[in-house]
Design a protein around this ligand. Structure first.
Ligand SMILES: C[S@@+](CC[C@H](N)C(=O)[O-])C[C@H]1O[C@@H](n2cnc3c(N)ncnc32)[C@H](O)[C@@H]1O
Length: 447
């Protein structure tokens, strides 16, 4: 029996995530959302303007960095900040190091468990202005020491951006994970590539029989189903926590962090006030997300931005200094995240308007309604994606940007499951298939 951390390291050594070809030009544009600048601009909204550009400055920690984020984040961070990349997987780090070879600015790479690394930082009193941890915590047996360590090593006023699975929406995946485990299909017991190939074949067969699975796998799309590393990550992972949403909220809050915003990348929360400004609203966000995940109105993962409140008596980071003009100019040249202009309400804005919005964001400059075509719904979408923040708006438009967009959202139409087990099925896997059927039936009858 191998130790679970060892199993996770072995897994990502075999399938570095997200496993893009080494020489491919990564889509780094949307990586702006991972930057300390973006989270810092967001956190500054609660500080009532003035220091909007004063996103905390200092080193950036990428916890569970995988093979691509070190490159993407390095592109966006100021050249005088060090990007510190941590991962259990040596192979992911080697690939990441190769990609960053030609980038400017300092990067560090550490092959270690995040908790040990944070303990070392504690002993050395090393702090970070921003921490990015995307898709790591739900692969730990106990994420609490990691979250507490990150909160401890975050500078006052610093920001933390995290993505964890929306587990309730993954119950059908859990049923399949249990099935594969029960039939002994694992990358540790078999040739890893053959195991993934077999997993795909089984999924394809099941998808033809069960409309539910056909629908769910189409929703995952070819970017997941066509990439062996992602198929393995989704269905054959050695460890995935199945936590209710409230448990994550409790963990971050009890570590002393304050919720700043929720990134609703698929526009699933349009009936709520702008979730990106969650920190400034009195809504019980944990409850609102939980009920929407239960009936599938919310299927996307949880992308949360947290802030470490400054010490009493100060209103921002002591070490805060305005970003250099050189850095701001560099950001402007890099251009806006694609996601801002991928929605039907934002897609048709002219290039000149898109660039105007982008530059105004960087400079925290006021915008007039002609920038978003004087259309309230466009403004609301842009504000939910973080392209326009309240400090750029007059009070009337700031109110529109914060308001719900819809009266209500409906759950998607998900077809029912048709049992995969045959009545005369007595094969060695019959029990596993019956269990799978039971899991899928309960996943398709939402609470
Ligand atoms: C799903 S991948 C995400 C990679 C990257 N954050 C991204 O979004 O592309 C999760 C990563 O977390 C790393 N990881 C998991 N547990 C870890 C731990 N205890 N300490 C450090 N890294 C860990 C894995 O090795 C893996 O590279």
């Amino acid at each position: 029996m191998i130790d679970k951390n060892e199993a996770v390291a072995k897994f990502y050594n075999r399938f570095p995530y997200p496993n893009y070809p080494l020489l491919a030009r990564p889509r780094w544009q949307d990586g702006f959302l991972t930057s300390s600048f973006f989270s810092g601009r967001l956190a500054a909204q609660a500080r009532n303007g003035k220091s909007q550009q004063n996103a905390p400055r200092g080193d950036v920690l990428v916890a569970g960095c995988g093979e691509i984020l070190p490159y993407i984040i390095r592109k966006w961070e100021p050249l005088d900040a060090t990007v510190v990349n941590i991962d259990l997987s040596g192979r992911s780090l080697r690939r990441a190091r190769f990609r960053t070879m030609l980038t400017r600015g300092k990067s560090e790479f550490h092959e270690t468990d995040i908790v040990s690394f944070l303990d070392r930082c504690g002993a050395e009193t090393r702090t970070f202005a921003h921490i990015e941890t995307f898709g790591m915590l739900h692969h730990m047996s106990d994420p609490a020491p990691a979250v507490e360590g990150m909160a401890r090593q975050l500078a006052p006023g610093g920001t933390l951006r995290v993505m964890v699975y929306n587990s309730p929406a993954r119950d059908w995946i859990h049923a399949l994970q249990d099935y594969f485990e029960e039939i002994g299909l694992s990358i540790h017991n078999n040739d890893p590539l053959k195991a993934v190939k077999k997993c795909r074949e089984i999924l394809d067969r099941f998808a033809v029989r069960s409309p539910l699975l056909g629908n769910r796998m189409r929703a995952l799309g070819s970017s997941t189903m066509g990439n062996p590393a992602r198929v393995a990550d989704t269905f054959l992972h050695p460890r995935e926590l199945r936590w209710p949403i409230s448990r994550w909220f409790e963990l971050f809050s009890s570590a002393g962090l304050r919720l700043t915003g929720i990134y609703d990348r698929y526009g699933e929360l349009d009936d709520l006030p702008n979730p990106l400004l969650a920190g400034g609203s009195k809504l019980d966000w944990d409850y609102e997300l939980t009920i929407r995940a239960a009936d599938r109105r919310l299927e996307g993962n949880l992308e949360l931005i947290w802030t470490k409140p400054p010490k009493p008596g100060t209103h921002a980071l002591v070490s805060t200094v305005t970003r250099s003009a050189e850095h701001l100019t560099r950001l402007k040249f890099m251009g806006p995240p694609h996601i801002w202009f991928d929605f039907e309400e934002t897609r048709d804005l002219s290039t000149a308007r898109k660039m105007q919005i982008w530059h105004a964001f960087i400079d925290a400059r006021k915008l007039v309604p002609s920038a978003w075509g004087k259309n309230h719904r466009t403004l609301q979408r842009l504000a939910r994606l973080g392209a326009i923040l309240p400090d750029q708006l007059d009070p009337e438009n700031a109110k529109i940007a914060a308001a719900p967009r819809e009266d209500q959202m409906s759950p998607p139409d998900i077809p029912h499951h048709v049992p995969l087990a045959q009545t005369d099925d007595h094969g060695p896997h019959a029990v596993a298939v019956r269990k799978l059927d039971a899991g899928l039936v309960s996943s398709s009858s939402c609470s």
